[in-house]
Write a protein that binds this ligand. Structure first.
Ligand code: SF4
Length: 310
């Protein structure tokens, strides 16, 4: 038999598709109700055949990440802040992820590339906030994270460090003493923006992880994505806000779904989203109502949606 010759070269996108297999954690698996075909947790993490559908308007780079790449590993979209993409790995694979096709291979930060990325952040005096993102930065070892945080601490113009992570809810044991020490030692305020979409993702374990982070002086916020069949009801959104606050986390953003290829079945109509947020506002105090926003590629900030902004 002759060699099998691929009919077209493998691109970064096809590699990313292949790598975006189902991935969960033991804690998350224990929370999924396998008896319920409409379980809102299963829906976020279990493969759905509709991911293969090609839907007009849904594509590989929905928020203009590639155009915003300043140097490998640094996305610089907005004034005063920049993302440091430390890893493409995550503890879980959220099926609606807006970076599910991101060419992480091309942005991989080996030591020299990391030094170049940190030099970029240091050389732009207007950058006052660095956002550790990914992938999920907290999948890295606490030793490596501590080294990165220490390098960032030496940048004289930085005033804040922000971390975007799903770890406190899906793999809370990762929030260990060494990580908390590194965060506590950072000489400026640290903000952790968690990513929780449904109240059932919050457990005693997540509460303990948030407690450890708060004890390290970290400000805790949450960003959720409005997802059909997961949290597109007033009850689900209100429960999420209440339970987040019970665990010391302030609801910050509710994102309109980014139109990434493979996630069209999660889309909720914008008018419906606005109606939901207004109804949540009628039910909860203002500080528990997240800002409903959309990210538009090329815009200088997130765009508030409907009467819920502010
Ligand atoms: S944890 Fe974040 S980056 Fe990772 S798959 Fe989920 S949404 Fe995407």
């Amino acid at each position: 038999m002759g060699a099998i010759i691929p009919d077209k070269p493998e691109t970064s996108q096809s590699r990313a598709d292949r790598d975006f297999v189902e991935l969960t954690t033991p804690l998350l698996d224990s929370l999924i109700d396998t008896q319920d075909p409409a379980d809102p947790l299963a829906r976020q993490f279990r493969f759905d055949p509709r991911e293969a559908d090609e839907v007009p308007g849904f594509h590989a780079d929905p928020v203009g990440d590639l155009a915003a790449t300043a140097v490998p590993g640094v996305l610089h979209k907005y004034h005063g802040r920049a993302l440091l993409v430390l890893t493409g790995a995550c503890a879980v694979h959220c099926r609606y992820c807006f970076r599910r096709h991101f060419p992480y291979d091309e942005q991989r930060l080996d030591e020299p590339a990391l030094q170049r990325a940190i030099a970029y952040l240091r050389d732009d005096a207007e950058i006052t906030e660095v956002i550790l993102s990914g992938g999920d930065p907290l999948v890295l070892s606490s030793r490596r994270l501590a080294a990165v945080i220490e390098a960032l601490a030496a940048i004289p113009t930085l005033r804040r460090l922000r971390i975007h992570s799903r770890i406190p809810s899906v793999s809370p044991e990762r929030v260990d003493a060494r990580l908390c020490r590194a965060l506590a030692d950072f000489p400026h305020p640290v903000v952790l923006v968690a990513h929780v979409n449904h109240a059932r993702e919050l457990t005693g374990e997540s509460r303990a992880a948030f407690d450890r982070l708060r004890s390290a002086g970290v400000t805790l916020l949450n960003q959720a994505v409005l997802l059909a069949g997961v949290n597109d009801s007033v009850d689900a959104l209100a429960d999420l806000s209440e339970r987040l606050f019970d665990q010391g986390v302030l609801p910050y953003y509710l994102h309109q779904l980014d139109p990434v290829a493979g996630a069209a079945h999660f889309a909720v109509d914008r008018q419906e989203g606005e109606r939901l947020v207004v109804a949540v506002r009628d039910r909860l105090p203002g500080y528990l109502v997240p800002r409903y926003v959309i990210e538009v590629a090329g815009e200088s900030s997130k765009t508030p949606l409907g009467p819920a902004n502010g």
